[in-house]
Write a protein that binds this ligand. Structure first.
Ligand code: PLP
Length: 247
């Protein structure tokens, strides 16, 4: 398929991959981080186009949208590629805030969950994922804002809470402690914030050497994330374009 939209996505993807390669070279990193393309607010057709451009890692932040899109994209791609799709399928990364009652839905389509941020969600995921064949990779989302009262934290655990969540995850059947995730806080430079995240990741790795994933960096700050050791970047806008609806 070489429609106009596919060409646009191909160009954007090439530009983003180029930025990642340059940032990795500048940081003296041998291997490049993985690119997760965030397709929220864009249709399943775009996901299918991305697949045909070689993308396999897809990010979404809302369960309702993600579950429908995962099904629709798989149907589109099976219709076009048959069994070749199932031999090399898309991998869905859930990256948004999640209500505990949606855990059951997310474990059905997600390969990884980047936004585990509280014990109640851990409990719900544990219950939901108990009979998964392959464990769900879970990243603990950290709120990097400093000096925030605990009751004001949303979308991220405080750094102090990470070890306890990690212990809970490490012992959970159906789940795998995969690493840490964060979004750079608004109103402060991303570099120092990602520096703090890298420190927390080193501490986590000392106790949990398997927790290798560091999910950080979006369209506006992927270079800073690469410089601070991100293994997974979550890029939406600079690949898909401006979102058609407000988030
Ligand atoms: C939307 C989103 C992204 C992608 O952000 P862009 O600025 O569109 O690249 C990354 N991470 C999370 C958690 C998001 O919700």
């Amino acid at each position: 398929m070489t429609d106009h939209r596919t060409e646009e996505l191909a160009q954007n993807l090439a530009a983003v991959r180029d930025r990642i390669a340059r940032a990795a070279a500048q940081a003296g990193r041998g291997e490049e981080p993985e690119l997760i393309v965030v397709t929220k607010h864009f249709p399943a057709e775009d996901v299918a186009r991305l697949y045909e451009l070689g993308v396999r890692e897809i990010g979404e932040n809302k369960d309702q949208e993600a579950s429908a899109k995962a099904e629709e994209a798989a149907a589109l791609l099976r219709a076009r590629h048959g069994g070749a799709y199932d031999a090399n399928p898309l991998r869905w990364h859930f990256i948004g805030q999640l209500q505990s009652n949606k855990a059951r839905s997310v474990v059905r389509y997600a390969a990884s969950m980047h936004s585990l941020d509280r014990p109640s969600l851990l409990k719900a995921l544990k219950k939901a994922a108990a009979d998964r064949a392959d464990p769900l990779s879970c990243l603990i989302q950290v709120d990097l804002r400093e000096e925030i009262p605990e009751e004001d934290r949303r979308g991220g655990a405080s750094p102090q809470e990470v070890p306890r969540l990690a212990e809970g995850l490490a012992g959970a059947e159906g789940l795998r402690l995969a690493g840490l995730m964060a979004v750079a806080p608004l109103g402060e430079p991303a570099g120092p914030a990602f520096g703090r995240l890298a420190g927390l990741h080193r501490d986590l790795l000392a106790d949990h050497p398997g927790a290798q994933m560091l999910s950080a960096g979006m369209s506006g700050d992927l270079e800073e994330a690469v410089a601070h050791g991100a293994t997974h970047l979550r890029v939406g806008r600079d690949v898909l374009g401006r979102r058609p609806y407000p988030r």
